[in-house]
Ligand binder design. Sequence first.
Ligand SMILES: C[S@@+](CC[C@H](N)C(=O)[O-])C[C@H]1O[C@@H](n2cnc3c(N)ncnc32)[C@H](O)[C@@H]1O
Length: 281
Amino acid sequence: MAPEPKKLHSGPARRATLLERLTSLFQPILMYTVVFTNGFIPALISQLHNLFNPSKLPLVFSPSAWRDAILKDGMPVILREGDKLAKDYKQHIVGRYASGKVFELGAGSGETLQYYDVNKISSLYLIEPFEELLPSLFASIKSRGPGFESKTKVVPVYVENRGALSDMGVQQGTFDTVVLVQVLCSIRDPGAHLAYLQSLLKPGGQLLIFEHVASKNSLTLLFQRLINPVWSYLARGCRLDRHSADVILQLGGWSHSEILRPEEEHDGALFPRAAARFVKA
Ligand SMILES: C[S@@+](CC[C@H](N)C(=O)[O-])C[C@H]1O[C@@H](n2cnc3c(N)ncnc32)[C@H](O)[C@@H]1O
């Protein structure tokens, strides 16, 4: 018998037990261990090649080049593992509602593609600036078949680069759906882009998000802030303490909004998640 789908709710997170609080503290270590064990050997091989290439030799001595090289193979694995735990939530938000002309910011290695119903979508713009992830993204698109592939367009630029986005067909007031999955945590100044993302929507268009957000529990929020500097460096800018869903709501201009969280989640979670839908007035 298939397991019951995991549910979302709009109430506060239940109180964590001491054991749950303690085990939560190990989650970032566990996650980075998965990234490192999958990314280190390929990173080492690519850096050994750089050692014999004079133009790339400086990369061998650059900590951020090592970090990015490790993320190249490690990040798709952690995103895939994370996706397994969040399938029901993503299905509830993205699978159920994404339709028409869709804009997805920070598509990564393409973990969200499986939730789009090709019959409900007319076109899909996938924005992904991290070039190390593009091979995995193109492979994910291809694996979904020619019908899906013909509707997608990969736009390899940062959201900050409005000119390039516009040149590649991303125009304001033309999208039915904007999708943000675990991306507001990584953008340098997300508040500066929310109004732009809203402006891409037609009236009645919807912004769908599945994001890890700041905890509502002050002790957990303190831990999130303590861990942030190291986590943010290792995960290329990802921050744990952003109230992303609340900030979108406060932006205003929505005719309908719903912000949900996983029922199973407790208030000691360092990666509490918000699944939300906002409809533009
Ligand atoms: C944690 S990953 C999530 C990827 C994917 N959405 C998923 O859930 O599997 C965050 C993504 O946001 C992208 N990103 C970070 N800053 C960005 C920016 N300024 N503009 C566009 N994308 C950005 C990163 O390159 C990365 O692919």
